[in-house]
Design a protein around this ligand. Structure first.
Ligand SMILES: [Ca+2]
Ligand SMILES: [Zn+2]
Length: 586
């Protein structure tokens, strides 16, 4: 497919389905109305599409900042990326008193003409923030350490100060303390934010991200990582079968990322992938520790040797990719999204390696999990509650008080089942496995987009439109925007992402597409040279299938879906603002 004309796509959004684009002449005010409509107080992540009236970067920046009561000068440009669609993406960190506000970001997304067509913001007003310090750094370290009294080899290290956002959405001056040590089933590498005024622990952020949240292990000896170098890139044999297998498995995970996402290693810049095997004794887990993969040999009961399970490798390596892109904070919903993204890439790579989507695609770690029992898996993306712990709908999401290591950072591994199921439904189409039970709606039917499109949308949503604090609702808008970028000729695809999220209880209601569940003809008729398995209808090409109804034919008379909804909100806000507010001054 040739380069997509983004402007054409945006014109389609603005003039097509529901009502004409607003005729506001003051672009700053249009943006203000749009953003205030979609970004409620508290700094929730929202992708705002104002494609119909693109803005100059400086105007967009100043206007969004003003809406959050944040000075434009407080936004520090962190990086600028260009992508294959001709778009440019700027990411800003919110600062206050010269210190970062942790997890508070703004990104601006420009079309090929350098005009901003979307903004994502998780900013926080600092109106109630202070610079008061009554707890000194030494006390802060003692406070952080106290939470780890039962762990071994605990040490603390100061990392300066920052503003951490409390449960009321107020950035509070905090000491950043790193805690290291040994928990029962994994090393501790955790960032603890201690309120400099009250001594409260504001946030606990583990940076060791495991694949499975285990409760007990039979044995585990600490080892130093990375340990002894056994194999370098071109080598294949070390004389140690486990290390050789690990080396090969890492290679497969790399190859998958390269061929599916055109991404050169987890950082996108060809970073060396460091992996250590033989970690601990009978260690039935693996993790990403911010710099490398670490894998145990398995305990032979819960998990056999996990170095040979591609789902594990893809999962852990994806934590590295997430850390270098959206950098989703590992707690609450952003943490569940982080976990889910690792499972989603494991599913993508499973299908990629096998050449088609199979039942095993939606089973995580079916290879290594319980070697004594066949047919089961560590997690079930098609039916998350099958493991007895994971969640499959927002109505049943497991909540917590303050995230901690004891509650798995607010149950990130259980709640990851919700976006896991969303992705599965998006790829295969269909209904929620518990449709009609409890709060799970039976009238939501997700159309099938196939693995290739699902993977492209998920990847772009993560790398372009998610931020550190993105929650489930923000993720839905990220998927929608990513689908609009990738498939501007097929707005139904973006609507399919809305339906997939709605099926698991995220975001406002959406009407079903008239195409119903799945593609009637089972996928594409036209083979695509890039399609690893053209005969597999679940792995369609990137072109628009003939059986897909494009444009705005779906659901005549139904409520507006997706981006048109934004325009409705925008128009009504504009009307409201015009009546009770003078023209904004810029
Ligand atoms: Ca699998
Ligand atoms: Zn994980």
């Amino acid at each position: 497919m040739g380069k997509i004309s983004l402007m054409a796509a945006l014109a389609l959004v603005g003039t097509g389905c529901t009502e004409p684009a607003p005729t506001a002449t003051h672009r700053g005010q249009s943006l203000a109305a749009t953003v205030s409509a979609m970004a409620p107080a508290g700094g929730r992540s929202h992708v705002v599409s104002f494609a119909a009236q693109p803005l100059r970067s400086d105007i967009a920046l100043a206007t969004v900042a003003t809406l959050y009561d944040v000075a434009a000068s407080a936004l520090s440009l962190q990086k600028t990326d260009h992508d294959a669609l001709g778009m440019t993406h700027h990411r800003y960190q919110q600062m206050y008193n010269g210190l970062p506000v942790v997890g508070a970001e703004l990104s601006l997304h420009e079309n090929a003409n350098g005009e901003v067509v979307a903004a994502v913001s998780t900013l926080h007003s600092t109106a109630a923030s202070t610079a008061m310090v009554t707890i000194n750094a030494t006390d802060a370290q003692a406070i952080a350490r106290a939470a780890y009294a039962n762990e071994r080899n605990v040490a603390t290290r100061l990392d300066g100060m920052a503003y951490a956002v409390d449960n009321n959405g107020v950035p509070r001056l905090a000491h950043q303390v790193w805690v290291t040590g040994e928990a029962v089933d994994h090393p501790i590498l955790t960032q603890v934010f201690v309120d400099a005024q009250t001594g409260d622990v504001l946030a606990v952020r583990p940076h060791v991200q495991t694949a499975r949240n285990r409760k007990t292990y039979s044995a585990n000896n600490t080892e130093t990582t990375p340990g002894t170098l056994k194999l370098s890139e071109a080598q294949t044999s070390s004389g140690d079968a486990t290390i050789d297998k690990l080396h090969a498995s890492v290679g497969k995970a790399y190859d998958c990322m390269k061929s599916v996402f055109q991404r050169d290693s987890f950082d996108g810049g060809g970073a060396t992938i460091i992996a250590s095997g033989h970690y601990g004794q009978s260690f039935a887990n693996g993790y990403w520790d911010d710099t490398q993969l670490v894998l145990g040999d398995g305990d032979g009961q819960m998990f056999s040797n996990i170095v040979g399970d591609p789902d594990w490798l893809a999962h852990e390596l994806t934590h590295g990719m997430t850390a270098r892109t959206a950098n989703l904070i590992y707690e609450k919903e952003s943490g569940a999204l982080n976990e889910s993204m690792s499972d989603i890439v494991a599913a993508i790579c499973d299908a990629h390696v096998r050449g088609s989507v199979t039942a095993q695609t939606w089973q995580w770690s079916e290879v290594a999990y319980t070697p004594g029992q066949s047919g089961d898996a560590g997690r079930y993306m098609a039916n998350p509650t099958q493991d007895g712990e994971s969640k499959d709908h927002v109505s049943g999401m497991q909540s917590c008080g303050t995230p901690s290591e004891q509650n798995d950072s607010c149950w990130v591994h259980y709640n990851s089942g919700i976006p896991n199921l969303m992705f599965k439904l998006l790829v295969t189409g269909g209904q929620h496995p518990r449709a009609g039970q409890g709060a799970v709606r039976s009238d939501v039917k997700v159309p099938k987009l196939g693995m290739e499109r699902g993977a492209a949308i998920a990847y772009r949503a993560l790398t372009t439109y998610m931020q550190q604090s993105t929650n489930f609702a923000g993720a839905r808008t990220a998927y929608h925007q990513a689908a609009m970028d990738l498939y501007p000729q097929s707005p139904d695809f973006a609507q399919a992402t809305d339906l997939a999220w709605y099926a698991v209880g995220v975001g406002p209601a959406v009407a079903n597409l008239s195409t119903g569940v799945g593609e009637p003809n089972g996928g594409d008729a036209t083979p695509d040279p890039n399609d690893p398995d053209p005969s597999d209808p679940t792995n369609p090409t990137s072109g628009q299938p003939a059986d897909y109804v494009g444009g705005c034919s779906a659901g005549a008379g139904a409520p507006a879906v997706g981006t048109p909804l934004l325009l409705v909100a925008w128009a009504s806000l504009l009307r409201r603002r015009r009546s009770n507010r003078p023209e904004a001054g810029h």
